[in-house]
Ligand binder design. Structure first.
Ligand code: BES
Ligand code: MN
Ligand code: ZN
Length: 500
């Protein structure tokens, strides 16, 4: 991974391949952002004019390169757009994205210095995290390892020594590394990541970071009565797993359970997905990857909370041993479910995990899942839906996502949509209800499995989990690690004594 360090050197004297500055859209043309002063001086005050001539407007996503004048040690100046932000105040997300654009534009170079606005600890963290996420590359399968990401990012800051700036960079490093790990898990081809392999990775990483990891294999799942996980995993030669990752803190202010959907490949099962709908279905374990990344982050940051992560891992495949539409499964905890569509498998594995999580009586359960195409139709591909059995919790999670630069929107759980699922003639529930409001129906199904008295929220990340368009900001093609930062921020708020 790209190395990150902080330096108080002046932009003029630092040796690097490139020096990155920010430019914003001002009322009368482009404005150089704080951090660019020394660079501007080296251009004898003509930098804004030169950049304008080269076509720079300060728009978000823009990257304009200028050869350095004699007064700078770096070979190149790269100006990245910060958007409409007024002079002196920059949105943290604009900084993250600009740093990400710079890191992507400089892929292949050895060393880049970021002279972007970093006047507060928050700004420093935003620049550091955006840079680390933008530098991400997944070269596992490319001959020669693919295009090298930028080797080293040096953050220029006048605040290097200050305690809060140091902590800010440390946080960015932890969260950036763990998000990039989650992205790797999502991007790994599904023939190389099955439930057993995912569980082994969780065990190894858990050990490295001092987390307690327990894995239930197919025998233990059978013994325990986990009919949802087993029913979904039945069709595959790769059996399911339930992984428990526990982080405890001696002064914990709250106990949280994070539950992740971990379908390592979703073919749809016997209700097979048609071509055009299954090419990216390796991303169906993005919820479990996000949960794992969040728990490891919480541990590395030493947050004063207890968090148990539950990874509900299975592969959804069609075969002679697969669950049929019409089969009835007995879920963990005893409820029966008639499987009307084997492609509605996420809710089946999650139901088992949510019941199991509830047995430990956490204060809150938050599940994260690439659950429905319907949520994507509703919110597009950059926004996840937030549902909950408690309006305040839903608002808290929505607000937390906004603070960390993840787009989400609160969605309802209309009680009348429950009816369709309760009309199975032979079982307690069916795994499908009305087609209209399909994302909410899925949420209502999960709600059936939350124990009395526990606050629960559901993040449907089907849209933003996997990015198929052109890279933007710090978001590459493929796995995005969406929801990791929202979960970490939520845990931080709990650690600081915030209410659910
Ligand atoms: N994994 C899919 C949902 C999905 C779709 C995730 C697109 C990411 C991108 C899920 O298991 C699924 O197939 N859901 C069905 C449910 C339906 C059968 C009730 C869907 O949304 O079509
Ligand atoms: Mn499915
Ligand atoms: Zn699925």
């Amino acid at each position: 991974m790209t190395a990150l360090s902080v330096s108080t050197s002046s932009a003029a004297s630092l040796r690097a391949d490139a020096l990155v500055i920010g430019v914003a859209k001002g009322p009368k043309g482009i404005v150089l952002a704080p951090g660019a002063e020394a660079v501007s001086e080296a251009f004898e005050g003509k930098l804004a004019e030169i950049l304008s001539t080269l076509g720079a407007t300060g728009a978000e996503g823009e990257a304009v390169k200028v050869p350095s004048p004699a007064g700078l040690k770096a070979a190149l100046v790269l100006a990245v757009g910060l958007g409409d932000t007024a002079e002196g105040s920059y949105e943290l997300e604009a900084l993250r994205r600009a740093a990400g654009v710079a890191a992507r534009a400089l892929a292949g170079s050895k060393k880049a210095a970021l002279a972007l606005p970093a006047e507060s600890a928050e700004e420093t963290e935003a620049v550091a995290l955006g840079g680390l996420l933008g530098a991400y590359a997944f070269g596992t399968y490319k001959s020669g390892g693919g295009k090298e990401p930028v080797g080293e990012l040096i953050l220029l800051s006048t605040r290097k020594g200050s305690k809060d700036a140091k902590a800010a960079v440390e946080r960015a490093l932890v969260v950036g590394e763990e998000m990039n790990r989650a992205r790797d898990l999502v991007n790994t081809a599904p023939n190389d990541l099955n439930p057993k392999g995912f569980a082994a990775i969780a065990q190894a990483a858990g050990k490295e970071h001092g987390l307690k990891v327990e894995v239930l294999d197919e025998k233990a799942l059978l013994k325990g009565g986990f009919g949802g996980l087993l029913g979904v995993g039945n069709g595959s030669t790769n059996p399911p797993r339930l992984v428990k990752v526990a982080y405890t803190h001696p002064k914990a202010k709250a106990s949280l359970a994070f539950v992740g959907k971990g379908i390592t490949y979703d073919s749809g099962g016997i209700s097979l997905k048609p071509a055009g709908h299954n090419e990216t279905m390796k991303c169906d374990m993005a919820g479990a990857a996000a949960v794992f990344a969040a728990v490891v982050s919480a541990k590395r940051l030493g947050l004063a909370v207890n968090i148990t992560g539950w990874l509900a891992l299975a592969e959804n495949m069609p075969s002679g041993s697969a669950t049929r539409p019409g089969d009835v499964l007995r879920m963990y905890g005893g409820k029966t479910v008639e499987v009307l569509n084997t492609d509605a498998e996420g809710r089946l594995v999650l139901a088992d995990a949510i019941v199991r999580a509830g047995e430990e009586k956490p204060d809150v359960i938050v599940d994260v899942a690439t659950l429905t195409g319907a949520m994507m139709l509703a919110l597009g591909s950059r926004t996840f839906g937030v549902m909950a059995n408690n309006d305040e919790l839903r608002s808290i999670l929505h607000a937390a996502s906004g603070e960390v630069g993840e787009q989400s929107w609160p969605m309802p759980l209309p009680p009348e949509l429950r009816k369709g699922m309760t009309e199975s003639t032979i079982a307690d529930l069916a795994n499908m209800g009305e087609r209209m409001g399909g994302g909410l129906v899925a949420g209502l199904f999960l709600k059936e499995f939350v124990a009395e008295g526990i606050d629960w929220a559901h993040l449907d990340i089907a849209g933003p989990a996997f990015h198929e368009g052109a890279p933007f900001g710090y978001t590459p093609k493929g796995g995005t690690a969406t929801a990791v930062r929202t979960l970490v921020r939520f845990a931080e708020q709990k650690a600081a004594g915030g209410k659910a």
